[in-house]
Design a binder for this molecule. Sequence first.
Ligand code: ACM
Ligand code: ZN
Length: 691
Amino acid sequence: MRRFTLIITVIATMLYAELSAQENIITPAPVRVQGGTCGEDCCEPAIPFDFSQISKLYIKGVKGIDVKRLEAAVKAAGLDVKRIKHTAKRGFINIFIEPESMSYDEGYVIFTSEHGVDITARSAAGAFYALQSVRQLVESGEWQTGAIIDYPRFKYRSLLIDVSRHFRSVDFLKRQIDMMARLKFNHLHLHLTDAAGWRMEVESYPRLTSYAAWRTPATWKEWWYGDRKYVEEGSEGAYGGYYTKEELRDLVAYAQARYITIIPEIEMPGHSDEVLAAYPELRCTHLPERQGELCIGKEATFEMMERILDEVMEVFPSEYIHIGGDEASKENWKLCEDCQRRMREEGLESVEELQSYMIERMERYLNAHGRQIIGWDEILQGGLAPNATVMSWRGEEGGIAAAEAGHDAIMSPHGYCYIDAPQDAPPTQPEAIGGYLPLEKVYSYDPAPETMDATVARHIKGVQANLWAEFIPTDEHYEMMLWPRAIAIAEVGWSKPENKEFGIFRGRALDIVERMQSEGYHPFDLKNEIGDRPESREPIQHLALGKSVTYNYPSFYYGPQYAAAGDVALTDGLRGTWTYADGRWQGFLGRGGVDITIDMGEPTTIHSVKADFMQYCGPGVYMPCKVEIWGSLDGENFEPLTTIDHEVTYEDTPSFMNFGWEGETEVRYIRYKAHRSKFSGFLFIDEIVVR
Ligand code: ACM
Ligand code: ZN
């Protein structure tokens, strides 16, 4: 206690200017860094600190603390030390675990004088995080004497790894855990079950792993859009895998040693196709051929889920168990005699309430065993289970609604935290889901901004990035999607907003990426990032800027969801980014296509008329198969300027094309028509540029 008070006093009275180089070493950015050292009555300027002089480790722990883990972390930080029984005068690293030293569980103070390093923390986790910071100081080679005081902004700092869509080895997971620990993450959410494969050994239901863990073909897209076949373990072409309980216990211990809690997710009632493929007797009574939602009418469903959760609790000691709860279609429940009987007996008025009935029962079961549930934000439908924590993914509304009702929430809105979206120019990236989610956008996320009501903010426990793996078959590809965007999430979760600045962070992220590459990881090559669509960066000047646009066939009007700026969107000078959801691209759905007329206001000599389109086949966005452009002086008699035919083919890679006319003519009206191809879906167009 005395030592800690001294350190804080020293920091508070430090006379020397903060050293900006020192401030920029540690990721996630710490609360406070200051150079120089102060004694009883004078302060010394900062001097380079030589970590190679450190040879003696003293740990003053408290009962129950695993000092071996801390010793391992000191060595992993690059310090060659021997444990000693008393503090040394020189060449020391002292770790004092003092539960009374501060109010932040995971906080720490590092104080370096010319003689050595003192670390004070309230808990072993805090000391561990201090050592992750020391590791970065050692690696930087730039640390000078000074002090760091640090603690996290949020208690829950997490990544989701999806091992269902593509199975990953335990070694792969351990490598990600190593990196997560260095960045002070404290939770790993393992998405263990989903239609694409069940991944945990369950002794009481062996077909979950002898059958539901294996599919053919291997490629998720072929499987999902094909006949979604599961096959017996060991059969020809069987693709998948699962973890034995022994392997999972080993993984849990590995993570625990790095102060990371693994949260297992067992999906229910939706995303359960594989469970029902293995145990078809649990489908609804009208026996749909394919069903993704468990039958809530049958007691056998609850018997199964409880036995599975018994085994999950045996393996995973986490307080929280994630029970999924997302995206359940409720249609089968409306047709099923058992589900309908359950609704009558329980007085449930809607299938949403039927879903809540299941979630609440599972919560009671887990609570009775000392555990708590987390569920995706759909668990709010039909009434939230009394003690549930909500993971908000469809936006932030679910998390906020839960917090307003006094529940805890973890923010994971897809617009910022779904790192399965491409992180750079989509035409240069492998096929992915979603728009464009660069490092900068992930970094800009604030789970609890100042504008948030304080009573709500109190319940926002943290942040999680999710990496779904539908389109990510290999480990290298998975790492490329994960890093460095996960580094940004680490800083969102740990650092105070006033200590965040993207330009500075990007510099640190570049260094981390380089280090990861040298250690055999496969992060995205940030230094060669292209960035946002060049055309979108500056407003464009052209002859039709601000001119009025008429949409010729109301039935072919742009869809309300993708109206962008409405009737002015195509002549507002702002060109679309890499993503169609940016409020700049205008999306046309339904029969026909785009058919608009621009009124230039007066007869005008023009030399070109051109517009951009994008193609993104996954979400159903296609190029036009034909573009026609006409000009007119009176608005009635139109002369054709050009007709362009384009063969539209299904491509995995997004593309962008410009369709237009060049020449010379005088017009007042320009009609631009783009025809939909044989693929039904959206046409997305932006800015009709006239020169
Ligand atoms: C989710 O992305 N369905 C949680
Ligand atoms: Zn049913």
